[in-house]
Design a protein around this ligand. Structure first.
Ligand code: NAD
Length: 333
């Protein structure tokens, strides 16, 4: 791993979470200290979604700006961690002094294949997930598979969630995954996912043309399940994919492909993570989602076949009916 670009950088701001920093600080500092001219400021926050709060944004930016080190437009911020860290740190990079350069060192599978790519940054609010955010691509992403050795099984599963999403959107990734007996995370799969996301993002960097929308496959319901049940992002996305295929796709073969991937290849028992809920609560989260197109309709990404996603508009009432089917009448308030 080299960070050659930082040879000319005076101050480096490190943002990470408590677990990653404790486990990898020596590894990271060794890497950065190869360059003597570097001064380091660090802000280490809590793990997971808790990090992406307005409160932590305030704490981190106050800490950085009140530091005795010189922070200027030549300073570089480095996000070291999973997707929560890069979403949060990217938001800071995009707003600090109206934008400074930043680098991501992704340390989870999910952040390697998805969250670090595409330049979306985000904070959560009480109203919903990722409702504050900017488009602000990093100048560099350093993927080092060494970090995956310490990943928990649940966080691996979460990463598989996004890989399986790509396997529905891209027939190339689909074939690649099908050739495996069990998902062995290897460089080839990671590189294909990165290449696929880069290709889509390049065509529609700010999600204005409707092309990038396809990457939200599984995410409209996924985000609501993630928030309602406190699930890891990729697990919630898997449930979101299954929900879409079950309720909004006419092609039932896709559902068996889904179970092939989750049960046979990735060995994820998605039912274990499902919980009962009030459909109104889930609907409430869905209505706050950014994909809402009007007061009565929501945009959903569904699939005609592997490699052929389609954006459809459905009524909120239709979604309500499907949620009742999934969770039952008795929970309606
Ligand atoms: N910006 C985007 O385009 C985009 C895309 C997908 C997901 N996301 C966001 O990414 C987040 C989910 O990503 P994530 O699962 O990487 O989140 P995360 O950063 O919360 O990491 C998950 C857990 O793994 C731990 N961890 C990180 N690296 C580790 C390592 N090497 N070994 C052991 N444990 C490690 C973390 O401490 C944390 O507890 C969500 O907030 C989601 O909204 C963003």
């Amino acid at each position: 791993m080299q960070i050659s670009k930082h040879k000319t950088t005076k101050t480096i701001i490190i943002i990470s979470d408590s677990y990653v920093w404790k486990k990898y600080q020596n590894y990271i500092l060794k890497m950065l200290k190869k360059n003597n001219s570097v001064e380091i400021i660090k802000w280490i926050g809590p793990r997971g979604e808790k990090l992406k709060s307005i409160k932590n944004y305030e704490l981190a930016t106050n800490h950085i700006l009140s530091s005795s080190h010189d922070i200027n437009k030549n300073s570089t911020l480095i996000a070291i961690g999973g997707g929560a860290v890069s979403d949060f740190a990217g938001f800071i990079a995009s707003t600090l002094l109206r934008g400074i350069k930043w680098t991501i060192i992704p340390t989870t599978l999910l952040s390697m294949v998805d969250a670090s790519i595409g330049g979306k940054t985000a904070l959560n609010t009480a109203a919903g997930k990722n409702l504050l955010g900017t488009f602000y691509p990093p100048s560099k992403i350093i993927v080092d598979l060494h970090f995956l050795k310490s990943l928990s099984m649940l966080d691996y599963y979460s990463g598989y969630g996004e890989i399986i999403k790509y396997a529905f959107l891209s027939s190339k990734i689909n074939k690649l995954l099908k050739r495996l007996d069990k998902v062995h995370v290897n460089e080839k799969i990671i590189n294909e996912c990165i290449a696929y996301k880069n290709k889509i993002v390049k065509q529609d960097p700010r999600e204005e043309k409707g092309i990038r929308t396809i990457l939200n496959f599984g995410h409209t319901f996924g985000h609501a399940f993630e928030k309602a049940f406190n699930l890891p992002h990729g697990i919630a996305v898997l449930w979101g994919i299954e929900f879409i295929l079950r309720h909004f796709s006419k092609n039932q073969k896709l559902l068996s492909t889904f179970y092939d991937f989750t049960t046979n290849i990735a060995n994820i028992k998605i039912d274990l993570y499902k919980k009962k809920a009030n459909p109104s609560l889930i609907l409430n989260f869905i209505c706050k989602d950014k994909k809402r197109s009007s007061s009565t309709h929501i945009k959903l990404v569904t699939l005609e076949k592997i490699g052929k996603p389609r954006v459809i508009e459905v009524t909120i009432n239709d979604i309500r009916k499907k949620l009742i089917k999934e969770f039952g009448h008795e929970y309606i308030c």
